[in-house]
Write a protein that binds this ligand. Sequence first.
Ligand code: NDP
Length: 332
Amino acid sequence: SREWHLVARPQGWPKPEDFALREAPVLQPGEGQLLVRNTHMSVDPYMRGRMNDVKSYIPPFQLDRPMDGGAVGEVVASGVEGFAPGDHVLHGLGWREYALVEARHAVKVDPDAAPLSAYLGVLGMPGMTAYAGLVDVASFKEGDAVFVSGAAGAVGSQVGQIARLKGASRVIGSAGSDEKVRLLVEEYGFDAAFNYKNGPVLEQLKKAAPDGIDVYFENVGGEHLEAAISVLNPHGRIALCGLISQYNATEPVPGPNNFALVLGKRLRIQGMIVNDHEALRPRFVEEVGGWLRSGELKYRETVVHGVDNAVDAFLGLLRGENTGKMIVSFGD
Ligand code: NDP
């Protein structure tokens, strides 16, 4: 079985040489364990943070050890009652072909209810992030005008559509290509969208949101944050979900130069970590599951094939090569 190790801590943009695909023995499950053949793994932006040796809400990857992260796979041997070969499970030991998983850290998933990859995306961690960020963190209410950055990605594409379905007065998104912008408007029903590479964010946002915005769902940081602060209406809320524009920065990133507006406008900025919002999961499953079944909520995935291409998929994610959730499929 092959597994990906981090072999050097990246400085700035990660390089392929920072990773190595290594052979590891396939072990039989002990009591309480499952041997899982992974079929899909997730690459996520937060993994970049785990490549740095810094204290955070999640421990860093260790050098010369397998990396980990969300994955789904098929149980091939079980050391615990309630799980049998052929079951499909969601668990946290991605970046490898075979995983020895503690059954208490595995959740059974139904391949007939949804494609397995969806449990890593729209029905999984990113979908939950979008829902919880909007409902819990941004205190979204009907009639709000919502702006989301990273809007064609796994989280952002759901944020915009959930806001629309929950009665936003206007939904605006930004993304990094004209094709993604078209998708936002034509397929996801955003009221307006722009390509942040085509001109200053502030100018484009003002044009897209002539009456201002009430919620900014932040995935990007930098120029986007500054523009949003300028355009937010009094008592507006920012759900600070991610800051992907600075994950590879080698120098401290300057804060928004219009920060004083936060005071005058009585804005609220709140950081979020999706794991804090488990209490919302039943509502998420019911509401988002329903919209998916009715076809009101759409999603895309970009699928990269083969364990040997997992690092390329991760690097591609940071460069914006994905539309919707970036998935690595180990399938035949
Ligand atoms: P995405 O599917 O959105 O993929 C990342 C996207 O970021 C790329 O496709 C690219 O799209 C965009 N991007 C990359 N660099 C830049 C840049 N310099 N400026 C603007 N956009 C850029 O990933 P996710 O949906 O998984 O994650 C989105 C955000 O949510 C990330 O910031 C992530 O860290 C955060 N997150 C936070 C969680 C939490 O609990 N707080 C949980 C999950 C995600 P483009 O072509 O548009 O540039």
